[in-house]
Design a protein around this ligand. Sequence first.
Ligand code: NAP
Length: 285
Amino acid sequence: MAQLIDGKAVSAAVKAEVAEETAKLRDEKGLKVGLAVVIVGNDPASRVYVNNKKKACEAVGFQSYEYALDETTTQEQLLDLVNVLNRDDRVNGILVQLPLPKHIDEKAVINAISPDKDVDAFHPINVGKIMIGEYSFLPCTPAGVMRLIESTGTDITGKQCVVIGRSNIVGKPQAMLLLQKNGTVTICHSKTKNLKEICLGADILVVAIGRANFVTGDMIKEGAVVIDVGMNRLENGKLCGDVEFESAEKKASFITPVPGGVGPMTIAMLMKNTLTAAKQQAGIE
Ligand code: NAP
């Protein structure tokens, strides 16, 4: 039976590290850390995410600046705000909550954020830096996954790593990070043939598809580390992952639950990126 990877505990440890360093920077160098969170429209899920980010900022000792814009905000108005925040010294990190209303081009907005303040690591410059291994920020979810794998004591070097999903925010950067840690990485997607056989070869399996209970125990190698990034809302309102937990935990050595696995890590890594941004802007790192 698999050991549970406790995302809440690991994320609390990351946030505690950030809080400690933030307090030290404030006391010793008079440095304050600020994160601007921009939300456009009234999407209830986005609202919850933004509130959680604000709470996390308070908990680690950051200033948070919220900009809640009306659904009818134009792209030009949003770009103007991003430019103001790029120049605002109180703001070390800028996060524009996605998705944006359909009339706004997300790419144009992401590209407008100064790469130094791009704590989501979505800007093409930061994406490129991840490819060459010279990054300041890592995208929060894949970075959180790496921290969870690390928490199991697993050495990634030489391991067969399989990532299911090739999105720009999870699958692709995840594969790159595992590669940088010397994993032998296979990326699978909706056109992959023999998915089951490929998964059965995985020592480390990261699943980021967005399909409830898609990966079942018979697709998992005995003793594998299984990380479930998926967050799917069932008809009964319950949250579930992309991995069928009951059958998978019988095969895995370590497994993340949903909720309580990868989810809590994403915000913790955002806090870590914001602290890194503040230190870099102050010339400390
Ligand atoms: P996405 O952009 O929709 O990408 C899904 C990926 O899964 C695509 O690459 C797709 O392949 C692949 N896929 C879909 N069906 C498949 C199948 N039957 N077999 C193999 N691959 C398949 O999703 P995402 O943004 O990466 O998110 C993935 C999941 O993670 C979602 O449930 C999301 O809610 C969750 N998530 C969680 C967090 C967190 O903080 N816990 C953060 C981000 C995302 P193609 O490219 O061929 O279409």
